[in-house]
Ligand binder design. Structure first.
Ligand code: NAD
Ligand code: MG
Length: 384
């Protein structure tokens, strides 16, 4: 029996995680949950899974929840969420808060020696070298939940880094694959939220539409698998069946395939090194028949190339890239800027940053704060 904590249990990954657990109660028990502000859903999750402790984003939400559920510890705020992440009764933490808010709870869980199923890619983009160093020191396993990285992890198996020639991450291309820059000018948030293959949270859906999601994933792959940027490539594969590939030194390639359903990689992370029975429907290649691959269009979707720029700069630059993207996506979702302004805001912000070594969480959080302020100033100027 594994005792599981789910950080961000009311989100898309959180709900899929609880779905996998609910079908495998003999193997997994939920002991702790955290959520932002959706207490209606959290309340029903508490009734179904009976965790001993929960945390929510703020004290007011915690107060409202306390009126509805009994016999449970309710914490609140970033510190409360980090405390739950480190909860002594848990053996494994699914880190699925969206954005920079996921960094400190993930670090808290690692410092407490919990093995991690990592969906929150932003934590690794901001502070990947540091996070992986702390994980190594604590002998903590970071098992990717992101489908591409789960694929790479499964393909690498027991191969050593010197046997890997390169990693090829696949990208669906998002809802606007094959569109021109002109087509993208009048895209609305509603258009951008309609992903062809995956149903996901709002932020990652926009990241998929700009290809920034793939940029964040290139950085995530470099940190998770200790690879230089030159060994991580991207191919557009609109069918989302091949989740990624590893090319080995003998030029043999292994790929991992399945139907696009996040319960697959979630179940793999929860049960590693074993496998759960039937978390997703079987793949019918005879019905799919055609799998295609092409190089990404970086002129129309420059966000991916900005991720490579940030990796080349190193230090605090990936953190600044991530923060500028979060601010720009938030502004786009609230109708404050257009779709094509997202890359412009990111470019302007990274161009204005002098990277310093990302040697402490303090430096990283300072770079994050600076980038948010700078991106916000640029957005205000755009609106005038
Ligand atoms: P989501 O928006 O659906 O859910 C986010 C969760 O985080 C919710 O429970 C929300 O309440 C919580 N949260 C948000 N802000 C918070 C804050 N400030 N403090 C505390 N909790 C907060 O997002 P999602 O699509 O589930 O994505 C979660 C993470 O997983 C992201 O990092 C994303 O990139 C990654 N991921 C998602 C998918 C997917 O299919 N959805 C696939 C791969 C990776
Ligand atoms: Mg992914």
């Amino acid at each position: 029996m594994r005792n599981i904590t789910v950080l961000g249990s009311t989100g898309s990954i959180g709900r899929s995680t609880l779905d996998v657990i609910s079908r495998n109660r003999e193997s997994f028990r939920v002991v702790a949950l955290t959520a932002g502000s959706n207490i209606k859903l959290l309340e029903s999750q508490i009734r179904q899974f009976k965790p001993g402790i929960v945390a929510v984003a703020d004290a007011k939400t915690a107060g409202e929840l306390a009126k509805k559920v009994r016999k449970i510890d309710i914490l609140s705020g970033p510190d409360g969420i980090s405390q739950v992440a480190a909860y002594a009764g848990s053996d494994f933490v699914i880190s699925s808060i969206v954005g920079a808010a996921g960094l400190m709870p993930t670090v808290a869980a690692i410092k407490a020696g919990k093995n991690i199923g990592l969906a929150n890619k932003e934590a690794l983009v901001m502070a990947g070298e540091l996070v992986m160093k702390i994980a190594a020191r604590k002998k903590v396993r970071v098992i990717p939940v992101d489908s591409e990285h789960s694929a790479v992890f499964q393909c690498i198996g027991n191969h050593t880094p010197d046997q890997i020639h390169r990693i090829i991450l696949t990208a669906s291309g998002g809802p606007f694959v094959n569109r021109t820059l002109k087509d993208l000018k009048n895209i609305t948030a509603q258009d951008a939220l309609k992903h062809p293959n995956w149903s996901m949270g709002r932020k990652i859906s926009i990241d998929s539409a700009t290809l920034m999601n793939k940029g964040l994933e290139v950085i995530e792959a470099c940190r998770l698998f200790n690879m230089p940027a030159g060994k991580v490539d991207v191919l557009v594969h609109p069918q989302s069946i091949v989740h990624s590939l590893v090319e080995f030194s003998d030029r043999s390639c292994l790929a991992q395939m399945s139907v696009p359903d996040m319960r697959g990689p979630i179940a793999y992370a929860l049960s590693y090194p074993l496998r759960v029975k039937d978390p997703i429907p079987a793949l019918r290649l005879d019905q799919i028949r055609t799998l295609t691959f092409s190089v990404p269009d970086l002129k129309t979707f420059p966000c991916l190339s900005y991720a490579y720029l940030a990796l080349a700069e190193g230090g605090t630059m990936p953190c600044v890239l991530n923060a500028a993207n979060e601010v720009a996506v938030h502004a786009f979702l609230h109708g404050r800027i257009g779709f094509t302004h997202i890359p412009a805001v990111i470019r302007k912000t990274i161009d204005g940053h002098e990277a310093v070594p990302a040697s402490s969480l303090g430096r990283i959080l300072e770079a994050d704060r600076w980038a948010r302020e700078t991106a916000e100033k640029y957005i205000s100027r755009l609106r005038k």
